[in-house]
Each structure stands twice: as structure tokens, then as C-alpha cells.
Ligand binder design. Structure first.
Ligand SMILES: NC(=O)c1ccc[n+]([C@@H]2O[C@H](COP(=O)([O-])OP(=O)(O)OC[C@H]3O[C@@H](n4cnc5c(N)ncnc54)[C@H](OP(=O)(O)O)[C@@H]3O)[C@@H](O)[C@H]2O)c1
Length: 331
């Protein structure tokens, strides 16, 4: 008889999680079975529970793709891991965990770091030549600039750090001013008050980079407010606008004027197993980047144990805007 485990499961889209037992799976070809120590919940997990994001068609489903844990069984054809390895990763892609940080700190990285990397470097994102790719083209990073709307979010913080590693000369961030010192320590060169109106933000960006802003990433706004990043893009070059919330078109009616040369809208998918051209080189380098202090974990809050009510309350909080950041289940 197979052994069973307790899990918090989505059994029906749009309903609260429920607690149940289910069989512990046998690892298949290329898979390992991991005993989880930390599972990180992020805002997208509420979208999975409430709207079926990424899990429709595979119910019952377990949320939280940011994990740390120990390998307890190894499937056929696994060469990178052995039983007992202490790992961290984004569910389907993991590495042996580097020293120097706790499991909880490392669990803040996977989804949000990969998402930021896809936004900056992937061909489906802003497609800025990646310094993680040894074949990087000649690119004048020092002359380049990037606008990050939502720089105070966890994804935004990783985007700032990656832009800084890349050597982008001007990293302009739209965030709360009370986080300015923090964001500058991560690499932001300019912080613009996010409570300003969009036209004011665009004017501030232009006062820093003239009409040369061609890379913008919005990590936080829904489509109705994504005009803020687009407004700041160049009027004389075709800019690129990457966004993490792709449901519906950017509301261009809110722009002060239509972009004469248009702009490219890029919908970002921060999934390691799908965006492998960007995620694999990133995962190969992540231990080194963490050890060198170039990538720093973000903050998190803790739910102790498989607490069904607290997990549902956290997801409810993401949905109604009362909560943000990462909430981790510590097991
Ligand atoms: N497409 C994908 O693959 C993907 C992957 C990951 C996440 N996401 C989505 O990306 C979004 C952000 O996730 P996250 O985990 O990074 O968020 P988060 O860490 O929860 O971000 C919250 C922070 O964003 C800042 N913020 C809030 N409203 C803002 C506004 N109007 N303008 C600028 N900044 C604002 C605030 O920081 P300050 O007060 O310091 O400014 C706030 O504390 C979520 O909707 C998530 O579902 C998508």
C-alpha cells in the first residue's frame, strides 16, 4: 500500500483550499521526490485558486511553486541529484541549495527571480542581451535605461538587481518613496513616487533619459493602469513594454497622446520549465550570484505548518488586495 501525505489542495476552482490526504507519488523518469521544508505562496497562487491560472485541468492541485526541501527518492535517469540533497527551486526545476542563506530566504527567489529574468532577457520579454549568456551580443549597457513600474514589489526588486548586474546605466523605479534607500541599495539609480499621476511620472522619466526610454517593465498594475509605463516610453523610437499582468489590452485611451511609432506589448510568463532559454542559464549561475551578494532574497512572512485557515486567509488577502509579498508555509 502506498504511503500517504497530508496536503492543502485546490479541488474546485473558485473555492477555498481543502485539507486532505493523498498518495505520495513515485518519482518518474527524470524526477525526484522532495520532502518540502518551505513552500512560498505568492500573489499568483490566489489567481490559481480563484481563476485556475496554470492549474485548470489538473485538479486536485497543490499551490506554491517556490520550494526548498530534501531529496528523498530519485527517479530513473536522474544524474544531477542523489538522495539527501538539500535543494531549492521552482517546482519543476531545482538546484542543490547554496550555503549562506536559510531555506526560507532562498524560497523567496525562484518564481520572482525567474519572472524578472524572463522580463528582462527572454526573447518573449524585453530581450536585453543577457550577461548570463556567454554569447551576449555587443550592447552598450551603460548607455541603456530601464523603467520598472512596481519596483518595490518582489518581482520588481529582482528586476532591479538583474538590471544592476547587467550594468544598465539608468535603472528608474516607480515605487513608494519610503523604500527609496532600500531600492537604491539594490541598484535603482532613480526612484519616482508611485503616487504621482502618470503624466508626472513620464515627465520625470524624460527629465532623466530624454526621449530615449525604450524598455519598460510593469510588475504590478492591471491593464487599466499600465498606460503609466507606456506614457514614459520614447515618442521617437518604438519602445517595448513588458507586463506581468496580461489580462486585457493596455488602456491606451489614458495616454496623453498616442505613441507615434507605437509600442510593443510583451506578456511575461515566469515559468522555469517553459522559458528554459532564460531560466536554465539563470539557474546555472544563481548559486554564484547569491554567494557574491549580487542577488539578495526578499522579505517573507511565515505560516507555521499546514494551517488551512491561514493559507486560505492569505490567498483571500492577495485576492482582495489586503496582503502582498511572499507568505511561506514552513513544514
Ligand atoms: N506573469 C507572471 O509569470 C508572474 C510571475 C510572478 C508574479 N506575477 C504577478 O505580478 C504581480 C506582482 O507580484 P509580486 O509578488 O512581485 O508583488 P508584491 O511583492 O506583492 O508587490 C507588492 C508591492 O508592490 C508595490 N505597489 C503596489 N501598488 C503599486 C502601484 N500602483 N505602483 C507601483 N508599485 C506598487 C508596493 O511596494 P511599494 O509600496 O514599496 O512601492 C507593494 O508593497 C502580481 O499580480 C503577481 O500575480 C506574474
Amino acid at each position: 500500500m502506498s504511503q500517504r501525505q497530508t496536503a492543502l489542495l485546490v479541488t474546485e476552482i473558485g473555492q477555498h483550499l481543502s485539507k486532505a490526504t493523498r498518495p505520495i507519488p513515485e518519482p518518474k523518469d527524470g524526477e525526484v521526490l522532495v520532502k518540502i521544508t518551505v513552500a512560498g505562496l505568492n500573489p499568483h497562487d490566489a489567481k490559481s485558486r480563484d481563476d485556475g491560472l496554470s492549474i485548470k485541468g489538473s485538479l486536485p492541485a497543490v499551490l506554491a511553486s517556490d520550494i526548498t526541501g530534501h531529496v528523498v527518492r530519485v527517479g530513473p535517469n536522474v544524474t544531477h541529484f542523489k538522495q539527501g540533497d538539500h535543494i531549492f527551486g521552482q517546482a519543476l526545476l531545482a538546484i542543490t541549495r547554496p550555503p549562506g542563506y536559510t531555506d526560507a530566504e532562498l524560497a523567496t527567489l525562484p518564481t520572482n527571480l525567474v519572472t524578472a529574468a524572463v522580463a528582462l532577457f527572454d526573447s518573449t520579454g524585453l530581450n536585453i542581451p543577457s550577461p548570463l549568456d556567454t554569447t551576449a551580443l555587443k550592447f552598450n549597457y551603460e548607455e541603456a535605461s530601464i523603467l520598472i513600474v512596481g519596483g518595490g514589489s518582489n518581482t520588481g526588486r529582482f528586476a532591479i538587481q538583474l538590471a544592476a548586474i547587467t550594468g544598465i546605466g539608468k535603472i528608474i523605479v516607480v515605487a513608494s518613496l519610503n523604500g527609496e534607500a532600500d531600492l537604491k541599495a539594490l541598484g535603482a539609480t532613480h526612484v519616482i513616487d508611485r503616487t504621482n499621476p502618470g503624466t508626472h511620472i513620464a515627465a520625470d522619466v524624460k527629465s532623466i533619459v530624454g526621449d530615449d526610454s525604450i524598455y519598460a517593465l510593469d510588475t504590478i498594475n492591471a491593464p487599466e493602469d499600465q498606460y503609466i509605463g507606456v506614457e514614459a516610453l520614447s515618442n521617437t523610437k518604438t519602445g517595448k513594454f513588458a507586463r506581468l499582468r496580461p489580462r486585457g489590452p493596455v488602456d491606451e485611451s489614458k495616454l496623453s497622446a498616442k505613441k507615434p511609432l507605437g509600442f510593443e506589448t510583451l506578456n511575461i510568463l515566469g515559468a522555469s520549465n517553459v522559458r528554459t532559454a532564460t531560466s536554465v542559464p539563470l539557474w546555472e549561475r544563481v548559486s554564484g550570484l547569491v554567494a557574491e551578494g549580487k542577488i539578495k532574497p526578499t522579505s517573507f512572512k511565515v505560516i507555521k505548518g499546514l494551517d488551512l485557515d491561514k493559507a486560505n486567509m492569505t490567498l483571500d488577502g492577495y485576492s482582495n488586495g489586503a496582503l502582498s509579498g511572499q507568505w511561506q508555509v514552513h513544514i
